[in-house]
Design a protein around this ligand. Structure first.
Ligand SMILES: [Zn+2]
Length: 120
């Protein structure tokens, strides 16, 4: 029989020596919530400069933390995403300004690609 361990935070039984998934996620959440305004700005700048990484990983943790924990997605980032024709995840465009909204509408009218149209 394999050895059992316990999560050091909640005591849940585990087959490995570490935090359990739940405590690990909670720790990450607390760390992201504690970002300072300077950290948020740096993360935002890094993401804006490397937006195409959302194409490879639409679950990018920094993006979702900036959006959901800090409401820090800017019109500049949204304009950059539109220029890159990056339409997924659609949450990029949450509360986008009118020019971005119109750009998305125009892209939808112009696309010949049903997959892209679906994302739009
Ligand atoms: Zn735990």
């Amino acid at each position: 029989m394999s050895r059992m361990y316990h999560c050091p935070e909640c005591g849940r039984e585990l087959r490995y020596q570490s935090l359990c998934w739940s405590c690990k996620a909670e720790r990450e959440r607390r760390e992201m919530l504690a970002w300072t305004p300077e950290q948020i700005q740096k993360k935002l700048e890094a993401l804006t400069a490397d937006l195409s990484r959302l194409e490879e990983d639409s679950w990018d943790k920094d993006f979702w933390a900036l959006l959901c924990y800090h409401n820090a997605i800017t019109p500049e980032l949204q304009r950059a995403a539109l220029a890159l024709e990056l339409y997924y995840p659609g949450e990029i465009y949450y509360q986008a300004p009118a020019d971005v909204r119109d750009g998305l509408g125009q892209a939808l009218l112009e696309t010949e690609d049903p997959g892209e149209a679906g994302k739009l």
